[in-house]
Write a new protein. Sequence first.
Length: 335
Amino acid sequence: MNTTTPLSALEICAGAGGQSVGLEGAGFGHALAVEIDKDAAATLKLNRPSWNVHHGDVREINGREYKGIDLLAGGVPCPPFSVAGKQLGADDERDLFPEALRLVREANPRAVMLENVKGLASARFATYRKSILDELEELGYHADWQLFYSSEFGVPQLRPRFILVAVKNRYHKKFAWPAPQGTPPTVGEVLLPLMASGGWAGAKAWAANANNVAPTVVGGSKKHGGADLGPTRAKAGWLQLGVDGKGIANDVPGPGTPLDHIPRLTNQMVARIQGFPPEWQFSGLKTSVYRQIGNAFPPPVATAIGTSIATALGVKAAAKKHDWEDSERHLRAVG
């Protein structure tokens, strides 16, 4: 088994780097990351200056230039399969699965990992899903879909994601989907250090009340949704956790904040709910940053699936400590 040479990845629709940093934790180095949104592309360059980041359309990429890469990955746009996007599927011009398959044909990667929303798992898209599996089979891959809840991998929100993994047939018997990793931390455990960082005396009591995982963070798009925590039902779920979901705060609560205050989350807090490492920075104005965070693939989930792929390809990634462990230790210390 090769345990020293890093694996290579071509990532499309990379966004603000949720899947990117997750795959990095699984032992993948980026040969190329492609992102059409200028702020998200700037975020990638800000955090990983050494990466080759292409700010532009995935249709501009020639997969033959990356022939034999280890992994083709991406979070292809979800609107074609989401309720908010009217579930037009293949009839939606934003459907980039055909482009992903083109790159598979051109680059011939050893493995493929594509993520999307739960809506793609619905019965109405069964024929579409099968067509993708059939094409991958013709190209020499064993492929399957799996629905994961991010909370199964230490992320303090439900956030279901529908994942396609395909590996070359010779690696099929070595691939196993990752198993759930136990009880996730609560919103209070993860956010207490940030919520208390401004001197708010009510932070500890707030964290004790925020004793569950969060609803799915909704990023929205430039056409739909702003910097708030989602539709009415999601906002009601946040309110049960003691969070005002009607907007995003600029600052954490301060020492003069009333003890019974219902705070809004900052973008930094939402990033922690998504599982981003604390040092990850975001480029752009407030609403753009929120959308980048809200539309991201939680890094711990990407790490778990990426590790399973890396293992199948013959590379064992070193175990990494999860970000929320520091929050849990802090909670016990102040308790």
